[in-house]
Write a protein that binds this ligand. Structure first.
Ligand code: C5P
Length: 473
């Protein structure tokens, strides 16, 4: 029967079959039998054996993605780019596997100058993919399936070149083709020389990738491989990348915000006085960013509208960077509709009515009088409108006295559903600090939460949001 099947195949398929059989050291008929047994689900041959050592074959069969999905293991496709940090990606494979992920690797041509497919295959326990035009892997898996049969794509190290290709939508090798074809979340861990990182072209590409929804981790500051070079450009440590991947993957069972869209504002706003001076406040953005990260980890599509902060963008979140209150308002409007909006930003209440076009000069007459006018109240405007109002609108109240009474008053005045209130008097150390002690004020009453880290506050708030949205259609 097998021979009949072979005769009926077209020339191209016959050629691929011949190559595959040769790689496995089988006759063509045996190869067809193996494939048919696999297709029929006969035990012991459920999947074809991977290629023989023609291109440094890995030690174990490529894990069947369907089987992994069924077992609940999360699947990570790790694209290893060509940089000295590639050796750290071998450790990353182990770190991801320790967390229960099934890792499949793609090595770019440049990556193979630093590490071998054999070592990546030994650590991942699966076939390593290297070549877009390799008939063997195209026949078995294909770059489109490679791009889709995964829960997350991690690019580490993401070199300047790989970032440029991603930003430009290139697809001239397996890594870039897969990155263009994937519809899964993508996390990049950039690594390059600090000057390359600082270059406007790389920063432009980074901004484009972030606007496209690509999450980033690192790069970190420190010594570079090149002697005497230091600055920002070191790839994040494998443990950091694994943690960012874990946050993006979330717990498959614990993604209560899957399918929901959440808008978060965070950080301060800068209100210009003239081209070089501005009015600002001490908000670090830590709480708002933690909420955005926790919502993303819970499966939500998150748009974070952030004022100027010095903390990294949270992984898995689309971050829109703004300066002033009016820019923040416009970005929030653009991000709507949403199921939930969390207004954690410390928006300046006022702005200078007419900022100077040129730097205001010191005058003999003394200090200039700055006329201030009110900024739009983003929270109140969105909460009080009928059209496109998110189902759940949450405000923050940073108070230095009568915290709960003021928060209750604010809940009514602003027309929002909940207020998260905290005491930010300087002695609490909350503003810019790591922990937070909040009261959740809702129409039903007040809950005072114990002091906890800003991440814990974020997770608790996200759990409450999920419960509240879960009760709504
Ligand atoms: O009125 P107050 O500034 O204390 O209110 C704080 C809450 O209102 C926060 O949730 C903040 O993000 C939001 N807010 C706003 N737009 C403003 C001022 C405050 O969204 N212009």
């Amino acid at each position: 029967m097998a021979s009949i099947t072979i005769r009926q195949l077209d020339e191209n398929t016959k050629k691929r079959l011949r190559l595959r059989a040769a790689n496995h050291g089988r006759s063509m008929e045996d190869e067809v039998r193996t494939i048919l047994r696999g297709a029929a689900g006969v035990s012991g041959e459920a999947r074809p054996v991977p290629a023989a050592p023609a291109r440094e074959a890995p030690p174990r069969a490529d894990p069947a993605p369907a089987a992994n999905a069924a077992s609940g293991a999360q699947r990570v496709l790790l694209v290893i780019g060509g940089g000295i940090a590639a050796y750290k990606s071998l450790d990353l494979i182990r770190r991801l596997a320790e967390r229960g992920a099934v890792v499949r690797c793609i090595l770019t041509a440049a990556a193979q100058e630093f590490i071998t497919p054999l070592s990546a295959g030994a650590l991942s326990g699966g076939r390593v993919f290297t070549d877009l035009f390799d008939p063997e892997s195209e026949f078995d898996v294909g770059h489109i399936r490679l791009a889709r049969d995964t829960d997350l794509v991690v690019v580490a190290p993401a070199t300047a070149d790989l970032m440029a290709k991603m930003a430009g939508g290139h697809a001239d090798d397996l890594a870039s083709a897969v990155l263009l074809a994937t519809d899964r979340p993508v996390l990049i861990a950039p690594a390059m020389n600090p000057r390359m990182w600082d270059h406007p072209a790389t920063q432009r590409n980074l901004a484009q990738l972030q606007a496209d929804g690509v999450a980033t981790v690192g790069p970190n500051a420190g010594e570079m491989a090149e002697r005497g070079e230091a600055g920002i450009g070191r790839m994040a440590e494998p443990l950091e990348i694994a943690a960012a991947a874990e946050a993006l993957l979330g717990d498959a069972a614990g993604r209560p915000l899957a399918g929901r869209r959440v808008v978060v504002t965070s950080g301060p706003t800068h209100e210009p006085i003239d081209p070089v001076r501005y009015i600002a406040n001490r908000s670090s953005g830590k709480q708002g960013h933690a909420i955005a990260a926790a919502a993303a980890a819970a499966g939500a599509e998150v748009i974070l509208v952030s004022g100027p902060v010095s903390i990294p963008d949270p992984p898995g979140v689309k971050t829109i960077k703004v300066e002033s209150a009016r820019e923040m308002f416009a970005a929030v409007e653009k991000a709507l509709p949403a199921d939930c909006a969390v207004f954690a930003a410390a928006v300046a209440d006022w702005r200078v009515a007419t900022p100077g076009r040129e730097k205001i000069k010191k005058a003999k007459m003394g200090a200039p009088a700055l006329a201030l006018i009110e900024n739009p109240d983003i929270l109140a405007t969105i909460a009080q409108r009928k059209a496109r109002r998110p189902k759940l609108v949450i405000g923050f109240a940073a108070e230095t006295e009568k915290v709960i009474a003021n928060a209750k008053d604010k809940l009514k005045r602003k027309g929002c559903d909940w207020i998260v209130a905290n005491d930010v008097s300087p002695e609490t150390g909350i503003m810019g600090g790591e922990s937070n002690s909040v009261h959740l004020v809702t129409g039903d009453g007040v809950e005072s939460w114990p002091p906890q880290s800003k991440e814990e506050v974020a997770r608790a708030l996200v759990a409450r949001i999920a419960a509240a949205l879960g009760e709504q259609p």
